[in-house]
Unconditional design. Structure first.
Length: 407
């Protein structure tokens, strides 16, 4: 996989002047040149607004945008790619759309929503906002010391619930949750499943029919695409039931002074001018990922994660605490850790002096951090352009950071 690094201009640009080991793809991935070229080509040769003009250039732009929609739908196994993908700003907006558009239809003051304690704020706060507006109850599935969901009492919780919100992969622990099983259980109780796929979809073969979920939030910038574009996939019958979340142009079929009629799906959820160039970039990213092969990417991530876990444990021993499953088959390429008696922000700053880029903080998962008993962690995350050299640089830099604060 390391040969693919040459497809990413940023590595050549930065490495020319100093060491550069990018281990923060869980926050945002880098872009191959094909993505940058696709966006540049759109702006240079195809720019016009979509769905509005009947002239040739506008129809060309609309074709680029709608092709990206269909391609993304096929990428995740949607049965109706042209109608089941709603473009959003990011996965966070997609989850807000579900909370406001579907939650308002389904939930009443006596309802229950079931979430997990490892959710990103994006799958917590939208439900809390809606809870304040409606008054329903939120319950939580806990996780154990290994970072795995505790499913004792699941049936009783599902018996009370209307919606189950769950991440496919924790952005802190790396935990791969048993979502297919959870979906099967949930549907036995007529519970709809809303999944956060932001960390999972960039790294694993994704088929929404196999996962069994009803809604899936995705973001482009973690899978080689630009920032500013994400998507919600949901079954067409669910999108039909949902209320529009944003109002304005494009999402209507008619407007009168006494009201409006919403457009057909998916357009009734896409108010205003959409991220057209970003859609072109995402389409190119999908093509790149497919050419490499999602199975190959998954195998590479797992191999590199295993190597990293072994190196961190062998070379740092009791000087480091790694959070999440020890079994690499139960986790993705995200490793959150604590270096003994060194604040994660200090760790990240020292690593940056070695050219190693990691994230430090609460990772938009404060309830999870409280359950771990820490205020923050440092986090290294891997993708298809990383190799063992990146891991070795990480471990060397961590050893230097430990010596700096303990000698």
């Amino acid at each position: 996989m390391s040969r693919l690094r040459s497809d990413f201009p940023i590595f050549a640009d930065i490495r020319a002047s100093r060491p550069f080991y990018y281990l923060d793809s869980a926050a945002s991935s880098q872009h191959p040149v094909v993505v940058l070229d696709a966006m540049d080509r759109y702006y240079r040769h195809s720019h016009a607004n979509v769905h509005r003009g009947v002239y040739g250039l506008a129809e060309e732009a609309t074709g680029i945008y709608e092709t990206a929609r269909r391609h993304l739908g096929r990428f995740i196994g949607a049965s109706d790619p042209a109608h089941e993908i709603v473009f959003t700003k990011n996965a966070t907006e997609a989850l807000n759309l579900v909370a406001q558009g579907l939650g308002r239809v389904l939930l009443t003051p006596g309802s229950h929503v079931l979430l997990t304690e490892m959710e990103h704020h994006a799958n917590l706060v939208p439900w809390m906002i809606l809870q304040e507006q409606i008054g329903f109850t939120i319950e939580y599935l806990p996780f154990d010391a290994e970072g795995l969901l505790v499913l004792d009492g699941l049936d009783a919780m599902l018996e009370r619930a209307s919606i189950l919100g769950v991440t496919l992969m924790s952005n802190v622990l790396g935990t791969l949750n048993p979502v297919a099983m959870l979906s099967e259980k949930a549907h036995q109780h007529d519970v709809l499943v809303v999944a956060d796929g932001a960390q999972f979809v960039p790294h694993f073969v994704t088929d929404v029919s196999e996962l069994g979920v009803d809604c899936l939030a995705i973001t482009g910038h973690k899978m080689l695409a630009p920032t500013g574009i994400g998507a919600l996939w949901a079954r067409a019958e669910i999108l039909d039931r949902m209320q529009p979340f944003l109002g304005g142009g494009e999402m209507i079929s008619d407007v009168r002074l006494d009201g409006f009629t919403a457009n057909e799906i998916p357009h009734k959820f896409e108010a205003g001018t959409p991220p057209i160039a970003e859609a072109a970039g995402w389409d190119a990213a999908l093509g790149y990922l497919e050419e490499v092969g999602m199975g190959a990417i998954c195998a590479h991530d797992r191999s590199l994660t295993s190597y990293a876990m072994n190196q961190l444990q062998q070379r740092l021993d009791d000087r480091i605490t790694i959070f999440g499953p020890t079994d690499v088959t139960k986790r993705g390429g995200v490793i959150s850790f604590e270096l003994a008696d060194v604040h994660p922000h200090d760790v990240a700053q020292v690593l940056d002096q070695h050219g190693v880029c990691v994230r430090a903080g609460h990772h938009c998962a404060k309830p999870l951090m409280r359950q771990l008993g820490v205020g923050a962690t440092a986090r290294a995350s891997f993708y298809l352009y990383n190799d063992e050299q990146d891991v070795d640089a990480l471990v060397d830099a961590l050893l230097d950071a430990y010596r700096l604060f303990h000698d």
